[in-house]
Design a protein around this ligand. Structure first.
Ligand SMILES: Nc1ncnc2c1ncn2[C@@H]1O[C@H](COP(=O)(O)OP(=O)(O)OP(=O)(O)O)[C@@H](O)[C@H]1O
Length: 238
């Protein structure tokens, strides 16, 4: 299993509040990694650092061997458009657009002709079991349907890694199961890695591996650790 993303020694404070205090984590290609921990333990900050949205005060994040800190903003946004997908607790669909147009949008922005973008978006809605809702806007769907549309939108560009921050945090347990089942099924098919921030054991149970944060530091890692990972970590340290 190859290493996709390596973060080492991440520290980040907001004013005097420390959010991360030397967090290390690796993400391997195709795996589902849960990041768990109590409220305020630094989960969202870690996710944002991994996705290059927040710059750590110290430490480094490397994606496929390239340090994010060494990239200019243009290259970083390109990476976020092509290789990364991002989903938040509230999917943040564009309320004026239908489900179909929300999912087609990243493809249109990437220059795909409209008909092709809509056809691909349609297939992704089907994968997530929400093709029947294709003409609906966010306000006309259930929370679980809207999150499945948001996941389809995050995956339509076929990123290598999806960052999901409490993607089921606002859903009841049945909708949570449906959203996670479709996320797991789809990302297994496409071999997409998922970093899943959650404070719920029900959600973490879907992951291949779990890292637990406490006060901004990774406490434990559960699940299989592939061999050869330490060499990748030491590369970032250089
Ligand atoms: N933009 C910000 N400005 C100031 N403080 C912040 C900011 N973002 C996070 N913090 C603080 O940093 C610490 C870690 O926050 P973070 O959101 O990363 O934790 P979390 O584990 O994701 O929490 P939760 O589960 O409640 O979302 C907390 O003390 C939080 O109050």
């Amino acid at each position: 299993m190859s290493t996709l993303l390596v973060a080492e020694g991440l520290t980040k404070s907001y004013g005097r509040t420390p959010a991360l205090r030397g967090a290390d984590v690796e993400v391997h290609a195709g795996e589902i990694l849960a990041v768990t921990g109590a409220s305020g333990s630094g989960k969202s900050t870690l996710l944002h650092c991994l996705a290059g949205i927040v710059h750590p005060d110290a430490g480094a994040v490397a994606y496929e061997g390239t340090r994010l800190a060494g990239l200019d903003e243009e290259r970083l946004s390109e990476l976020r458009r092509t290789d990364f997908g991002i989903v938040f607790q509230f999917g943040q669909l564009i309320p004026e657009l239908s489900a179909l147009d929300n999912v087609a949008l990243p493809l249109l922005l990437a220059g795909r002709p409209r008909a092709a973008a809509r056809a691909e978006a349609d297939a992704w809605l089907e994968r997530f079991g929400v093709r029947g809702q294709r003409e609906l806007r966010a306000g006309e769907m259930s929370g679980g349907q809207a999150q499945r549309v948001a996941l389809a939108r995050a995956l339509v560009t076929e990123p290598k890694i999806v960052f999901a921050d409490e993607p089921t945090g606002a859903l009841d347990s049945l909708a949570t199961e449906q959203v996670l089942a479709s996320l797991v099924h789809t990302t297994r098919e496409t071999h997409t890695a998922v970093v899943l921030v959650t404070h719920e054991a029900q959600v973490a149970a879907y992951a291949d591996r779990e890292v637990r944060l406490q006060d901004g530091v990774v406490q434990d890692a559960f699940g299989a650790m592939p061999s050869g990972s330490s060499s990748a970590a030491s590369e970032v340290a250089r």
